[in-house]
Ligand binder design. Structure first.
Ligand code: SF4
Length: 241
């Protein structure tokens, strides 16, 4: 099961073993999982690693280089090669571009999309950058304090957000446009501790639309329109409760 689900980490340098070459880093999943994939000869293993390096765009001359000798973008490509090594069905991408320069972010996102088409991969993509999420995801789940508060197809969520937190997040994105008086919205207040979440709705201490019952009763997470799920008491009128 583990070989079918792999992970791409946020910090590409820290996700590679610094004392091992790039080739050895990418070989690691084959060695760890040799029971599942049968024993490869040393030549077959090297060829597989070189193929993976070519697939993700890491020059094969870096086979014997150490992680610190590569740029951040190349390190992340090596991390992606390692995640692909066992031909997984699903990859969890945990903030995979947030520590990279903006121009490199675009290259890595394009690479992830290309690989998805080529290999039929599913991604669970975790990010704080709403533009990146909109670009890469087909379906989006918004979390607040450890709970999903809204989930819908990307277009639906970005054009018709229903939860006050999602609405506030989208309003907080700065818009660059000429001639328009664009306001910058911030969500007031501090995030409460997840160890001691507020009673009732977790967003109640910061919500502009908070009502009395929000402080007492936790809203139910339910389907409001086809495939669009929301956890908010404001939805009770829509569902007739
Ligand atoms: S349940 Fe109440 S506090 Fe929570 S998001 Fe909805 S309106 Fe705001």
């Amino acid at each position: 099961m583990r070989s079918e689900m792999q992970l791409i980490f946020q910090n590409p340098y820290l996700s590679l073993f610094p004392h091992m070459s790039i080739g050895a880093n990418i070989s690691e999943p084959f060695l760890v999982n040799k029971k599942d994939i049968g024993k490869l000869t040393s030549k077959e293993l090297t060829d597989k690693v070189l193929d993976l390096m070519k697939l993700v765009g890491v020059p094969t001359e870096y086979y014997n280089a150490y992680p610190h000798e590569l740029s951040g973008g190349q390190q992340q490509r090596a991390g992606i090669a390692r995640a692909l090594a066992l031909n997984p069905k699903m990859i969890i991408c945990d903030e995979p571009v947030s520590s990279l320069d903006v121009s490199i972010q675009a290259q890595i996102l394009n690479l992830l999309q290309e690989l998805q088409k080529k290999r039929g991969l599913s991604y669970l993509f975790i990010a704080h950058n709403l533009a990146v999420v909109e670009h890469i995801c087909k379906r989006v789940a918004v979390m607040y304090l450890g709970k999903i508060v809204e989930c819908a197809d990307t277009k639906d969520l970005y054009t018709s957000p229903m939860h006050p937190y999602t609405q506030a997040l989208l309003k907080a994105v700065p818009v660059i446009s000429s001639g328009e008086n664009t306001e910058f919205h911030v969500i007031e207040g501090e995030i409460p501790s997840p160890l001691n979440p507020p009673k009732g709705c977790r967003f109640g201490t910061r919500c502009e639309k908070v009502m009395e019952k929000c402080y007492e009763i936790e809203p139910e997470y339910k389907e409001i329109s086809k495939g669009h799920f929301v956890a908010c008491h404001l939805m009770d009128q829509k569902t007739g409760e």
